[in-house]
Design a protein around this ligand. Structure first.
Ligand code: CO
Ligand code: CO
Length: 327
């Protein structure tokens, strides 16, 4: 949904008063966190969406990696998952659903967990995802609301999955151009989170539907800080800029750009229109965005790359004034 509409709707919910709710709906965090004991809190998140690639097994695996990502973005470890699926009664055969579920189960296994149940409904448009439960020490939660001025912003995957998958659906590109984005969407954020845990970030989130600038705005507003992005350092998939320039950006990314401007993002004149779209492109199973102490940034980027998170890059910094700027 449009972030602005969602914010209005959430404001109308009653406040949460349970003291064991460590992270609820008052911040735009990636998952809810509930303290069970002084040592253990459970982390809960749910995510599902319509197919973004043709191959059902790949779609299932991407949807699972995407759902698991919110657990990693909280500094937590997943323990179990439930599947949620919508499927047409007619016209699609059960083998397709079986493949989607198998793709999800494969990815869950890679994450070291099992899909232990789920729920299905009939719907003309197929949808699939997971509700994931994780655990974290209550003192070690990575919130998105604790970034500090001077923190360096790191991004662990390139941007452009929304543009590339939309262009593929419109037959503007072939599977070969989409392939790097598929590999990236299939990659769990587990390794990135494990490496980052060596010098825990002050704030973390993952880049999904609201795009980089939308999710960074959630972080800066929750943390009461500003941010500056150096767009030349942001990793982007090949052809995504060109496709955005030619009008292939999905409607959601165009909406995100409107929302970003509305929430105060200012672009230097040198930032091309297509780059502005890429920075707001709705991502599926995007990377982690980490706000880390400046003295740890260099080492962390090197460690991430050495661990196979090849796109890990330093893309900007947190500032004390509340301005949001892209250079
Ligand atoms: Co998230
Ligand atoms: Co989510």
């Amino acid at each position: 949904m449009d972030a602005r509409v969602l914010a209005q709707v959430l404001r109308r919910l009653p406040p949460i008063e349970d003291p064991n709710v460590l992270v609820g709906t008052s911040t735009a965090d990636d998952a809810g966190v509930y303290k069970l004991t002084d040592e253990i809190a459970i982390v809960q998140t749910v995510d599902f969406f319509t197919p973004i690639v043709d191959d059902p097994r790949t779609f299932g695996a991407i949807a699972a990696a995407n759902a698991l990502s919110d657990i990693y973005a909280m500094g937590a470890r997943p323990v179990s998952a439930l599947a949620i699926a919508a499927f047409p009664e007619e016209g699609l055969d059960a083998d397709v659903l079986a493949e989607i579920l198998a793709g999800g189960a494969d990815k869950a296994r890679e994450a070291g967990i099992s899909v232990i149940g789920g729920h299905t409904i009939k719907d003309p448009e197929p949808k699939y995802g997971l509700a994931v439960t994780g655990v974290v020490h209550p003192q070690k939660i990575w919130r998105n609301s604790a970034a500090r001025p001077g923190d360096v912003l790191l991004l662990t995957k390139p941007l452009g999955t929304g543009i590339l998958t939309t262009a593929r659906k419109r037959d503007l590109i072939g599977d070969d151009v989409l392939a790097p984005a598929v590999v990236s969407m299939l990659q769990l954020n587990r390794t990135a989170a494990d490496v980052a845990a060596q010098a825990p970030p002050h704030a973390a989130t993952d880049i999904t539907g609201f795009g980089l600038l939308g999710h960074l705005h959630e972080m800066t507003s929750g943390s009461e800080v500003g941010a500056t992005i150096d767009s030349r350092t942001v990793p982007v998939f090949g052809r995504a800029l060109e496709l955005a320039r030619d009008g292939a950006a999905p409607a959601g990314s165009v909406t995100n750009l409107d929302a970003a401007i509305g929430s105060g993002w200012i672009f230097a004149d040198s930032v091309a229109p297509e780059m502005r779209l890429v920075l707001c492109d709705a991502q599926t199973s995007g990377g982690l965005l980490l706000a880390v102490a400046p003295e740890n940034a260099e080492t962390l980027v090197d460690a991430l790359r050495a661990a196979g998170v090849h796109a890990a890059s330093r893309i900007g910094q947190i500032t004390s004034d509340r301005t949001l700027r892209v250079n």
